[in-house]
Design a protein around this ligand. Structure first.
Ligand SMILES: Cc1ncc(C[n+]2csc(CCOP(=O)(O)OP(=O)(O)O)c2C)c(N)n1
Ligand SMILES: [Mg+2]
Length: 548
């Protein structure tokens, strides 16, 4: 006879789960014991939030659901931000939480909150398991829902007594590959006619363009139609950013240099746009025609209401669209002449010797030490806008950022997951001094896992982004500064290495040495955020929308 927890772990193995991240409580002990005898590695973290961010990032990078485990009440509630991160970011993930026994109530209401209810707005599906025999089907269904477009988190609550319940040896329900339907020929014909009629077409690559399954199909499409493209923050790198058709990244919603092209376009083919992202441009009356290409239909918003849609498996659908367009586009490169000027403006001040460093210099120097396949994972803060605008990517998912929940605290855990998945590649977390401290305890996990990981802390002793907004909105400078630990000694206390950049030319060599040295390394660099207002407010305000 087996137990409920054995059936759960067998089902997870059958889904191909390699690791589970989490912090167990006594209600999970049967599950832990079943895991002990399985092929699955259990990675204990120092906070449930980090476990959820890691599992979500596994899903984001592989397309397969990541898994995390917590206890009931307090532990389960610590999963909330991670669940929301995966829900908004469309990352497949399974959250498993414990619960007190449900067949009797021996501890009355101790630690009991309605976790299923708390997960309802934060997941695609949330269920309590009430009988061991239902576990194989419930787990298969959970993974199906989590991984199916649009992907996201699914929560299963396994009460202590159901985990311990004797159960017959029921086999897991095996997963099978699912091929998605391709867009309808009528939709492809309609879209092709609109693109052929356009005088100044542009392609936009959105968050879903970064799905691992899309691979080369997107690059093939752009190469075949030769229409210049820009991307959203989360669509970065899906087509070689060094490509001679790359026009920039829309990190702001309007008036950035890339909007010189966007504002002049009469048609935008939006591939994989997900309106969870801060709008890359704002649709209005009289603007360009927009065609939405996606795994799922467009969400209609005040700022996004496409005129036509190509819905279906994006890669094969784009191949069919390219068949209708290739060699027939007279105006494909109409907006390309704007490219040089847009990209030149972005690289201004990238090598300036000012100390503290300008954000442009930080982005530039990071790019110098990151190979083409290196992965930069950002936390949330002011530097994110600079990285999104200025960091050129050449491969998909080499700049991981969160422009959906935009939560602080995910930078380090997401980089840890990237380092676990890609041990041969350089991985760099870039965090503000605010965001880093929200999950800095995971340095211990990173050291314990033996990761090779460099963490760069952009230091301004403040919640810089909010302080900047405060200044832009002409509020007094108040309430947003703080002190910091000595980051070098902080790193060392975890058994990691630490360094401090104290000259303008010191950043690139410090990062290079950190990567060469291996292990976990924390480097801090002071930043001069006066550039935020000089560039992102004064300079861009002076831009006339649409003027080249
Ligand atoms: C969990 C969470 N809390 C608060 C915010 C609001 N917020 C966005 S950016 C920011 C400041 C980030 O400070 P820091 O990490 O030091 O980066 P900086 O902007 O200073 O470079 C804050 C408080 C958020 N996005 N997420
Ligand atoms: Mg800061």
């Amino acid at each position: 006879m087996r137990k409920g927890s054995d059936l759960l772990v067998a089902a997870l193995e059958s889904e191909g789960v390699e690791r589970i991240f989490g912090v167990p409580g006594e209600e999970n002990l049967a599950v832990l014991e079943s895991l002990r005898g399985s092929k699955i590695e259990f990675v204990v973290t120092r906070h449930e939030q980090a476990a959820a961010f890691m599992a979500a990032t596994y899903g984001r990078l592989t397309g397969k659901a990541g898994a995390c485990l917590s206890t009931l009440g307090p532990g389960a509630l610590n999963f909330s931000t991670g669940a929301a991160y995966a829900l908004l970011g469309a990352m497949p993930m399974i959250l498993i939480t414990g619960q007190k026994g449900i067949l009797s109530r021996k501890q009355a209401g101790f630690q009991v909150v309605d976790v299923v209810a708390s997960m309802t707005p934060l997941t695609k599906l949330t269920r309590q398991i009430v009988s061991a025999v239902t576990i194989p089907t419930m787990v298969r269904e959970a993974f199906r829902v989590a991984q199916q477009e649009r992907p996201g988190p699914v929560h299963l609550e396994l009460p202590e007594d159901i985990a311990a319940e004797a159960a017959p040896d029921i086999a897991p329900v095996p997963p099978h590959p699912i091929d998605l339907p391709v867009a309808h020929p009528a939709a492809l014909d309609r879209a092709a006619a609109m693109v052929l009629a356009a005088e100044r077409p542009l392609i936009m690559l959105g968050a879903a363009a970064s799905r691992p399954r899309l691979g080369e199909a997107l690059s093939d499409f752009v190469r075949r139609v030769r229409i210049p493209f820009f991307n959203t923050q989360m669509g970065k790198g899906t087509v070689s950013g060094g490509s001679n058709l790359y026009m920039g990244t829309a990190a702001l919603s309007e008036r950035d240099y890339v909007h010189q092209a966007i504002d002049r376009a009469d048609l935008i083919l939006c591939i994989g746009h997900d309106t969870v992202e801060k709008p890359p441009f704002i649709m209005g009356p009289g603007g360009p025609k927009v065609i939405h290409v996606g795994y799922v239909p467009a969400t209609v918003e005040e700022v996004y209401f496409p005129h036509a849609e190509v819905v279906g498996d994006v890669g094969p659908s784009l191949a069919l669209l390219a068949d209708r367009l290739e060699g027939r586009l007279k105006n494909a490169s109409a907006l390309l002449p704007l490219r040089e000027q847009i990209l030149a403006r972005l690289s201004e001040r990238a090598t300036e010797a000012r100390f503290p460093l300008t954000p442009q210099r930080i982005v530039h120097d990071v790019r110098q030490v990151m190979p083409e396949d290196g992965i930069v994972c950002l936390d949330n803060g002011m530097y994110k806008i600079w990285f999104a605008r200025n960091y050129r990517t050449r491969l998909a998912n080499t700049l991981l950022l969160d422009n959906a929940l935009a939560t602080m605290g995910a930078g380090l855990p997401s980089a840890m997951m990237a380092a676990l998945l890609c041990p041969g590649r350089r991985v760099l977390a870039v965090c503000g001094d605010g965001g880093f401290m929200m999950n800095s305890q995971e340095l211990e996990t990173a050291v314990r896992l033996g990761l090779n990981l460099v963490v760069l802390i952009v230091q301004d002793n403040a919640y810089g982004m909010i302080r900047w907004k405060q200044a832009v909105d002409q509020f007094a400078d108040w309430g947003l500064t703080f002190g910091n630990p000595d980051f070098v000694r902080y790193a060392e206390s975890y058994g990691a290495k630490g360094s401090r950049v104290d000259t303008a030319d010191g950043l690139a060599p410090a990062l290079e040495a950190a990567f060469q040295g291996g292990g976990v390394h924390l480097a801090s660099v002071p930043v001069d955020y006066s550039e935020n207002t000089r560039v992102l407010v004064d300079e861009l305000r002076a831009q006339v929308p649409g003027a080249a």
